[in-house]
Write a protein of this length. Structure first.
Length: 156
């Protein structure tokens, strides 16, 4: 079986990449998280840059020029973050990063904002299923989270 992650070069991201990663994060959030008010984006941005990036194993996909097109962050068996630059969406980068997280980093869980229907559909397509729901997000805000787990490795 050929995994799409074999077709794209997935590499480590580190501190020198943080400024590019946060730009991709912000562009992606603005394109997909229309339920988040501006104040929440501004509150999250420094937390992600100064704390959350350091708490996960970061992987990224770059174009030929070295620009980051998308990235993921995994901690333990959880995909904590997966963001794709809006111009790079629909090209298989997210699926490649997710499959890499599953196959190489042993990720088996992910939390998805309930209001983010695109992300929910994406993870359902990859073989995850909703196993629980929380009414608040990780910061205690009223953005319900769907807790998902990989139901079968057959779908990979």
């Amino acid at each position: 079986m050929t995994c799409q992650s074999e077709l794209m070069k997935i590499e480590n991201a580190d501190k020198k990449d943080y400024s590019s990663l946060i730009e991709v994060w912000e562009q992606s959030v603005r394109a997909t998280h229309d339920f988040l008010p501006e104040r929440d984006i501004k509150t999250l941005k420094p937390l992600i840059l100064e704390h959350y990036f350091d708490a996960v194993e970061l992987k990224c996909v770059k174009n030929e020029s070295g620009d980051i097109l998308g990235f993921s962050g995994v901690h333990a068996d959880n995909i904590e973050m997966l963001f794709i630059a809006p111009a790079a969406r629909g090209k298989g980068i997210g699926a490649s990063l997710a499959r890499y997280a599953i196959e190489q980093q042993n990720a088996r869980k992910v939390d998805v904002n309930e209001q983010n229907g695109q992300a929910l559909g994406f993870y359902l397509h990859l073989g995850f299923t909703v196993v629980d729901r929380s009414p608040l997000d990780g910061q205690g805000n009223p953005y319900p989270l769907l807790h998902m787990a990989l139901k079968s490795e057959k779908s990979l």
